[in-house]
Design a protein around this ligand. Structure first.
Ligand code: GCW
Length: 689
């Protein structure tokens, strides 16, 4: 038993006799290819899972057994004649990298299961998929599954600061990566790789995008110096090799966040100008060194000209110059540059800047650059409209960046499930290529995909809150297949994590499903307001939240009304969308209510569709949000005795704290609205009225 939680890989014993018997017949004996590190990881996983699930150790064969009633065969058709004879080989060859087939077949009179793929990575995913089905107690006697990942790149971005072991915006304890001890490997790394591979994540950026201390006073100073740039030093790279091999067994490529000024920080050049020949040579030589040591490194992630990090602007160059220079160095090694589009500071309305900066560069980025765009134009707010850049760069490889860690949604204390938020983003119709081009359709292709800011640390729960594990699980699943519904993914997670008791499944699923909307209401009042989380909670130490005095700057509160005019008359953000979306947001009549104050500055007493005024709706949302959290807390309480005491208590205690905080936040927000508007709550709920 590890001291830390197994998350969704619990492999609880199957108690139903008939189900167990059927699983045993096909899975107790196994014939698994032995050719690669991935296959050895598969065998290890079966050794862990099957004794627990089936109550019987798997027996591994070196040839297809003829003396047993059934067996599980895992390998590529090339590895094993039995597999080549049992599945359509052409169909396997056509699978995307990572795709797999699982089939129930009869072979020589035996009831078998075949897991096959065209690559060893696909075998890993196929095996975890099968184990998921067993954990969900699904029937397997007629299985015929064909799966392929929708996106080629499903990356986790750690915001870990290597030598401090801290995690920026991390609420799950210190970094699980102990860089000072590398190349020593902790068993926990393997368990982490298992969790990630089990949901299809195939890349991990090991360190924070902030790789140097910002040179000027900034909010980030509170977090301390960032030292990730040192990872490009040769001795540090040597330390990485073991970790890279460990991840390789699970089909996960490691990546590094690097500093744009690395030629000066790591090398001894006096410039990092991307057009300078010495700088280009430096990157080329460095890339050669890196790949010598870590041949399957995925590439570099770069935050440039953003929040104090150096970038091409320091040399009067643009983002294309910067990204392409580094990408060229990685190209011979099949590495990519993931270049973040998170820039702000020079425009009065920060929402407009990323588009202004990147849209004109469409088509100029090299084929080995991916532009990584946050889901919204501001910064992972509880709810934002989708970034205009997704519909604006058809000639550029794009990555969608979403946040698993709950920076703005209650951090380590609140139960806030992000999947419904992400689904809203994936489904958003960009009109990039006319009707029928939602965001999810724009991320396909070899150099594209999804990046999630991780929520993991050294805590026994991994994520600081048992229910936040659902965000990690859901990220992998939705990045594998964005068409999976919220219900499907959530229920999968709940059943694997808490077992098959229908009351538990229903209750936890409901709590997760409803948690995000509640959070929006008590944290912002809804209607598209951003950046108004209450300051001063102790647990929010690791965060910069503006104080109420600064709030108006973010969302335009004044005596006459609230909201930011982002229409054509205002900052013009609406015009960056394609029609008819631009038109819909531009008009106050057609703008969806949930984004009304994001796009429009409206009088406090402006009447909404149902006759309620803006300010009254804000009050109502604040109070409803708290009531909803109380309801969710009470729902959780009904689980006492139905799930283990440790997890029950942990979540119950956090729910109590969440309710207390939500009440305080509601009161601060409601008083703030009251103060600016001068209009009392019709229902007299604000204390000073
Ligand atoms: O919102 C800000 C976060 C920073 C983060 C930055 C970014 C890693 O508060 O902590 O820095 O976004 O995404 O680069």
């Amino acid at each position: 038993m590890t001291p830390y939680d197994d998350c969704w890989l619990r492999y609880d014993h199957i108690t139903a006799d008939d189900v167990r018997a059927s699983y045993r017949r096909r899975c107790r004996h196994a014939y698994v290819s032995e050719k690669s590190p991935e296959c050895s990881a598969i065998r290890d996983e079966l050794r862990r899972a099957l004794p627990e699930l089936l109550g019987a150790k798997p027996h591994f064969w070196h040839h297809p057994p003829t003396t047993v009633d059934g067996f599980l065969a895992i390998g590529t058709p090339d590895d094993m004649a039995m597999i080549a004879e049992s599945v359509p080989v052409d169909a396997v060859a056509e699978l995307e990298d990572g795709g797999f087939l699982i089939r129930a077949v009869t072979w020589n009179g035996a009831d078998c299961l075949v897991v096959t793929a065209s690559t060893d990575r696909g075998l890993v995913y196929g095996t975890f998929h099968l184990l998921r089905l067993l954990q969900l107690r699904e029937p397997i006697d007629e299985l015929e599954i064909r799966e392929e990942p929708t996106y080629a790149n499903r990356l986790l971005n750690q915001w870990d600061t290597p030598f401090r072991r801290s995690v920026e915006r991390g609420y799950g304890g210190e970094s699980i990566f102990d860089w000072e001890r590398l190349p020593d490997l902790r068993p926990r790394y393997e368990d982490y790789a298992r969790l990630l591979a089990s949901v299809g994540i195939n890349g991990i950026v090991l360190n924070n995008v902030n790789t140097t201390k910002p040179p000027r006073e900034s909010a980030n100073d509170a977090v301390g110096a960032f030292e990730g740039w040192q990872l490009l030093e040769s001795r540090r790279l040597e330390d990485l090799t073991g970790l890279a091999s460990l991840f390789r067994r699970y089909g996960i490529r490691p990546y590094l966040s690097v500093n744009f000024a690395a030629p000066m920080l790591v090398g001894d050049l006096d410039t990092a100008d991307p057009l300078d020949e010495n700088v280009r040579d430096w990157w080329r030589e460095k890339a050669d060194d890196v790949y010598e040591l870590v041949p399957d490194l995925g590439g570099f992630l770069i935050k440039a000209d953003s929040e104090g990090q150096p970038g091409p602007y320091d040399y009067d160059r643009d983002h294309v110059d910067g990204a392409n220079a580094i990408a060229r160095a990685l190209e011979p090694h099949d590495g990519r540059v993931w270049w973040r589009a998170f820039v702000y500071g020079s425009h009065e309305d920060r929402a407009v800047q990323a588009y202004d900066t990147f849209e004109p560069l469409d088509g100029e980025f090299s084929d080995t650059v991916t532009v990584q765009i946050k889901n919204g134009p501001i910064d992972f707010q509880p709810r934002e409209p989708v970034s205009t850049l997704f519909g604006a760069m058809p000639e550029t490889d794009l990555g969608l960046e979403i946040q698993l860690t709950q920076e703005y949604t209650g951090q380590g204390v609140h139960a806030t499930y992000h999947l419904p938020l992400w689904k809203e983003v994936f489904e958003f119709e960009t009109q990039a290529d006319g009707e029928g081009t939602p965001v999810k359709s724009l991320l396909r292709g070899a150099g594209q995909g999804v990046a999630g800011v991780a929520n993991v640390g050294e805590d026994d729960t991994w994520t600081g809150h048992y229910l936040s594990q659902a965000n990690l699980y859901a990220f992998g699943r939705v990045a594998w297949n964005p068409d999976l519904s919220v219900e499907t993914i959530t229920e999968e997670w709940v059943r694997q994590t808490f077992g098959a008791d229908e009351v538990v499944v229903e209750t936890v699923t409901e709590i997760l499903r409803d948690s995000w909307e509640a959070c929006i209401d008590y944290e912002t009042g809804g209607l598209g307001l951003v950046h108004m989380m209450h300051n001063g909670e102790e647990f929010l130490e690791n965060h910069y939240y503006p104080s109420p005095a600064e709030w108006p700057g973010y969302h335009g509160a004044s005596e006459d009304g609230i909201g930011v005019d982002r229409t054509e008359r205002g900052s013009g953000y609406t015009t960056q969308y394609r029609d008819p979306i631009a038109e819909r947001y531009e008009s106050v009549e057609t703008c969806p209510e949930e984004f009304l104050l994001f796009f429009h500055h409206l009088p406090w007493d402006y009447e909404l569709d149902d006759g309620t005024t803006v300010v009254q709706r804000l009050y109502d949302n604040c109070f409803d949000g708290v009531d909803e959290v109380k309801r969710l807390r009470d729902r959780w309480r009904t689980l006492e005795g139905r799930i283990d005491e440790r997890r029950f208590r942990h979540v119950a205690e956090r729910f109590d704290e969440q309710v207390a905080q939500a009440e305080r936040w509601r009161d601060v927000l409601a008083s703030y609205f009251r103060e600016y508007s001068g209009i009392p709550d019709e229902r007299g709920r604000i204390r000073r009225d």
